[in-house]
Design a protein around this ligand. Sequence first.
Ligand code: ADP
Ligand code: ASP
Ligand code: MG
Length: 455
Amino acid sequence: MIKSMKFGGTSVGSVDALERMISIITKEEANKAVVVSAMSGVTNSLVACLDGKSEIAEITNGLLERYSAAAKAAMDEIVYKEYYNKLEDRVGKLAEHLETYKDAPCLALQDTIVSWGERLSSLTVAYILQSRGKGGISVTSEEAGIVADGAYGNGSANLEATHHNLQKNVLPLLEEGMVPVLTGYYGIGPEGRPMTFGRGGSDYSSSVVACGLEANCCEIWTDVNGFMTADPRVVPDAFTIHEMDYSEAAELAYFGAKVLHPRTVEPVRKRGIALAVKNTFNPEAKGTIIRNLKNSSQGILRSVASKVDLSIVKIYSSELVYQPDLVSRLVASVSGAAGNTYAVSTSLSTIAFLIPSNKLDDVINRISTMHEAQVEKYTVKGNVALICCVGDNMINMPGVAAKVFANISETGANIEMISEGASDVALNFVIPDDKALEAVRNIHKEFIGGPHEKI
Ligand code: ADP
Ligand code: ASP
Ligand code: MG
């Protein structure tokens, strides 16, 4: 039995959390590869440093202090001395990268720098395990051979190449009874440099590792009792969904449920590996198991998520639908510049794209440089949010959309775009940003319910 066990930012973020995590790992009898995130707040502070918002010494001293304080409390003195030397080396390397970046900023170096918190967590957790005689060993994504493709800041794993490397570099460690502690969040891109998988990417790393090790289970250890009916910070009545189908979890994660990185489901789904979401701070709670599961819903909807900071770009061209070449060029062009496109909708003479607002300038630049005589004009509607309602039974139930839209009309929100039918399990629509939270709460109240069991 092999497991990959991923611990997120809060799960490695304090002395208490680290102790809880070590106890979960050591109680686990399966062979396990651990995947870790940066301590909570660390990646944000690295991003802030890139933006020139803090001094290099301030950030490196802060990291040295935070990690060493947590480690000192958790390991004996001899191991701690060896650890501290290695920690100083890793922090020193970060300082060098930050100095280089100051003189010559570039995208590739940005990804290297923001991956640094994971390297420090991997070292720290491995040494704590070692000091307890549990065979911990720090393995960076470079050492493991996690291969990434795509763009800096938004890479994807090359599953085939990574599988080959993990079988060669990591599986033998498991077979020797060691506990490799891998860095989440990044792989090695085509230029041989670190390429991150986007914010929150350590969940995806864990799924990629599970797939590459042909594991039986991928566990995501976080700070809530599992995948819930909504974000509990938005809907206090939200409750845990104990079993979900891969496609339900994938849709919700892509459309805003932050508990899983948007692409976490795909690698494990490919091999039929179960994906579990568990609470580091309440390990006895059942959590969520995500696997192949059809017709699991009892009510109309199972869960609702929202994604804010989106914009609709609408492109006009007369009788656009009769120009399939132009349509495909526009789709390629806009999705290339936007990175993620959350919805596309066409009419006789328009095509509308829902994209992240921070990619708006890139998208507009791309459209403007297309020199398409046929593109008459474009319009932009900013400050919109996408609401994603999921239930695997929804497609078979007549009138669900009508009921949901009637509920939305009570908030006074105008529905700007609708996507239904493309997915078997999701109903997505777009409303103004400032109505998103109210809409999520209303939908949860009317169609999902609560307060139910909280575990
Ligand atoms: P980690 O650092 O462990 O990766 P994250 O902060 O990235 O943790 O994700 C966990 C958070 O996701 C929870 O604290 C919760 O507020 C938020 N969240 C959003 N949607 C959901 C949902 N549907 N179920 C559970 N948590 C959710
Ligand atoms: N540390 C990274 C982030 O904050 C990756 C992760 O936590 O999953 O985005
Ligand atoms: Mg996360």
